[in-house]
Write a protein that binds this ligand. Sequence first.
Ligand SMILES: [Zn+2]
Length: 259
Amino acid sequence: MSKLLGLRCRECGTEYELQATHVCEMCFGPLDVVYDQAALKKVVTRDRIEQGPKSMWRYRDLLPIEDSVPVVTLGEGMTPLVKADRLGAELGLRNLYLKNDSMNPTNSFKDRVVSVAISWARAHGFETIACASTGNLANAVAAYAVRAGLECFVFIPDDLEAGKVASIGVFDPNVVAVRGNYDEVNRLCSQLVESTPWAFCNINIRPFYAEGSKTLTFRLAARPCTTPSPRTRPSGCCRSSPTRSPGRSPSATRPTART
Ligand SMILES: [Zn+2]
């Protein structure tokens, strides 16, 4: 019996079969993967999870990839939780922890979502994987496409920092530099979805891609010393190439959450 029942619109509840689509035809709301919760309750236990691999795939039962499907993984997840005493003191927080997802294979939390997305795409016959990105996502998609043996196209703004472009180029994807900002790159990719047989991680297979993010909070919940905060929020990694305006101090640097 499959643990996956289909897709459901988050806004109006309309249900769809599992497929590469992300927008409700009725209301344009986002689509979420629907699990057979009753079936999962019979098999998922803390012991079963802890006996799984030392990666985010120990939560496989709670991800939209069936047991028979080989996953595309580089060992993502299980990143360190660092107690930030000095930052906590500055903010008035006694127990502030930072989940250091820059320790993932391509240095960002995007590895979690891309690992799930590409696993789903390859299992469903896609031969080309693509994305719109301003850096981190393109890096992850390019790396995991190589791992999966898939053709890869990454669409980026043409003024993306050279350091980010070089990092993406290590994995030798087809890089398409688009004259415009991220929104314009994303709009172009949304149009290409209609005319190409490609899986765009953050567009037509977004429901599966988004599921990978859950593994971050699963891991936090599994640790007895911490309680997940409703403020838990992933942010982009700027370690390799901080976005910094001239004259701004490093402390003023703000990571972007959409890459
Ligand atoms: Zn809807």
